[in-house]
Design a protein. Structure first.
Length: 317
């Protein structure tokens, strides 16, 4: 009997010790090991900015070289891109299918189509109808990145403007959803790029339609978010569909006019900080590499951005 009691007491002490050890392990904060945190952040950045997560973007309308769809596809392919966006300005809509065919020859997928809408019923706008007809026929479902022009709603109050935006994007969200695509607001700076406007429209569309839409963050039109970028990211994260990179200068912080200088990656003094903050935020979606410099050959612009990205990757380790 005595031996049995001693055996039982010993077992209880072992169990108590094991429980205390487990509890201490759970209480140990993850942030107590800076080396591990640094490694984790570096690994996140490595994955986020890896070649297979890059999308070629804005390679058409500012290109100084007039290229055919086949020539454009060859140019994009030479850099190893497997994803690309299509700028569906009205003048380019007629070549959408031809351009998609040209990209397909190089195993490049069109993952986003950008469109500027003009009315509160975008589903009835001819260029929008044409775009979705092409996508339905092909059975392809890229994200639809949409925006209104900066000059829209100039004579309305902020409240009236937001109501009209919700009405318009609710209409478009339903139309896009029927085609199997996802809608995202294209954040192009100015009033349309303000965080409260974007979030109000996203929530308004959800309430109206039950459809979740997203937002696209453009560094080159996101200078107004530089000063509080981590906090902005935290609010954007549930809705963030894509991020397009650009060289950023701190002197342009808080600029919301949409006209701050577009720079190649690595030529600004602040994009490294923002790229690190983006990786640390938990964002793991697509990363866009842009041309968008008027008068510059898109081939040159993409090369400069990719070369800059290589250098920035080293600093993110």
């Amino acid at each position: 009997m005595l031996n049995a009691r001693l055996w039982f007491a010993g077992k209880m002490m072992l169990c108590l010790f094991a429980c205390q050890t487990a509890a201490k392990a759970q209480e140990q904060p993850l942030s107590s090991n800076p080396a591990k945190l640094k490694t984790s952040a570096a690994e996140a950045a490595k994955s986020l900015y890896a070649d297979d997560n890059l999308t070629a973007w804005l390679v058409m309308f500012t290109d100084a070289v007039e290229r055919t769809p086949d020539e454009r596809a060859e140019m994009v392919a030479q850099f190893g891109f497997k994803k690309v966006g299509f700028e569906a300005f009205k003048k380019y809509v007629p070549i959408l299918e031809q351009q998609m065919d040209a990209y397909a020859k190089h195993n490049i997928k069109v993952t986003s189509v950008y469109v500027v809408v003009e009315t509160q019923t975008p589903s009835q706008e001819e260029h929008v109808i044409q775009i979705l007809d092409v996508l339905r026929r092909r059975g392809e479902t890229p994200q639809i990145w949409a925006m209104f022009g900066r000059g829209s709603f100039e004579s309305t109050t902020d409240e009236e403007r937001n109501k009209k935006l919700v009405t318009a994007f609710s209409d478009l969200a339903k139309y896009v959803d029927k085609a199997g695509c996802e809608l995202a607001l294209y954040n192009y700076g100015s009033w349309f790029g303000k965080l409260d406007v974007q979030l109000a429209v996203i929530e308004g569309v959800r309430q109206n339609t039950g459809i979740k839409i997203g937002t696209v963050l453009n560094f080159h039109r996101g200078h107004q978010h530089m000063e509080d970028f981590p906090q902005v990211l935290q609010q954007m994260m549930p809705h963030l569909s894509a991020v397009n990179l650009n060289g950023m200068n701190w002197k342009d912080a808080d600029y919301d006019g949409g006209g701050a200088l577009i720079l190649p990656l690595g030529q600004g003094d602040y994009e490294l900080t923002m790229m690190r903050q983006l990786a640390e935020s938990g964002y793991r979606g697509p990363i866009g590499i842009i041309d968008h410099r008027s008068g510059v050959d898109a081939q040159v612009a993409l090369r400069e951005n990719l070369d800059g990205l290589v250098k920035l990757r080293e600093k993110l380790k």
